[in-house]
Design a protein around this ligand. Structure first.
Ligand SMILES: CC(C)(COP(=O)(O)OP(=O)(O)OC[C@H]1O[C@@H](n2cnc3c(N)ncnc32)[C@H](O)[C@@H]1OP(=O)(O)O)[C@@H](O)C(=O)NCCC(=O)NCCS
Length: 173
């Protein structure tokens, strides 16, 4: 487990376990038009050897967000990331992505990719601030409204993490 702090809170980052799934599903339902089911998360944790998921909890124990990815060769494919609706804009989403980037790097990945709805400008902004760049569109990717997905890539996870550390050190001085 790692500890850190966002703009207004102390939090703990840990690997997701089956004990986390009920809280995860609650946030999932708040966050997506077609939420993953409880069974889908259980499947990811118990049967998918390529899947890695993390959760973030406040000191009180309240889960405030989670994220996950599949590791394929030296690439990490982010599957989902969500923050509890009443805890957004406090740096939790950024902390989840940095947690996933660190974990991917520790497993030997150096590139990371994800899909995001073309209308989801807030998430795109978050990813861009971490170094992700747009790399094309998957037309009518989302089943609910046939919306296009923007494909984003981060090349060089190590370099991006180093730059973020440097920025945090500079902010602290
Ligand atoms: C996208 C999401 C994970 C962001 O989580 P978060 O904890 O609010 O993100 P952060 O506080 O770390 O935001 C980092 C930056 O992203 C951008 N951003 C995040 N939310 C934003 C919003 N609602 N409007 C505009 N910019 C936003 C800002 O640049 C922000 O920095 P700032 O607060 O200093 O301006 C969260 O809104 C969420 O769970 N949304 C629903 C699920 C979802 O869309 N997941 C992504 C699927 S691809």
């Amino acid at each position: 487990m790692q500890r850190g702090s966002g703009d207004e809170m102390e939090y703990a980052v840990s690997l997701m376990t089956l004990a986390d799934v009920d809280d995860v599903v609650e946030i999932e339902k708040q966050s997506f038009p077609i939420p993953w089911s409880r069974a889908a998360f259980v499947d990811e944790l118990t049967r998918n050897e390529r899947a890695l998921y993390i959760v973030i909890r406040e000191e009180s124990g309240t889960m405030v967000g989670y994220g996950g990815m599949w590791l394929v060769c030296d690439e990490a494919h982010v599957t989902n990331i969500a923050v509890r609706s009443d805890r957004r804009r406090r740096g939790v989403g950024t902390a989840i992505m940095i947690g996933l980037m660190g974990l991917a790097q520790s497993k030997g990945a150096n590139r990371m990719t994800l899909e995001v709805r073309v209308s989801n400008r807030s998430a795109q902004e978050l990813y861009a601030r971490l170094g992700f760049r747009s790399a094309g569109v998957r037309p009518r990717y989302y089943m609910d409204n046939r919306e296009d997905a923007l494909i984003m890539w981060l090349d060089g996870i190590s370099g991006a993490l180093g730059e973020l550390c440097g920025r945090q050190d500079a902010d602290a001085q």
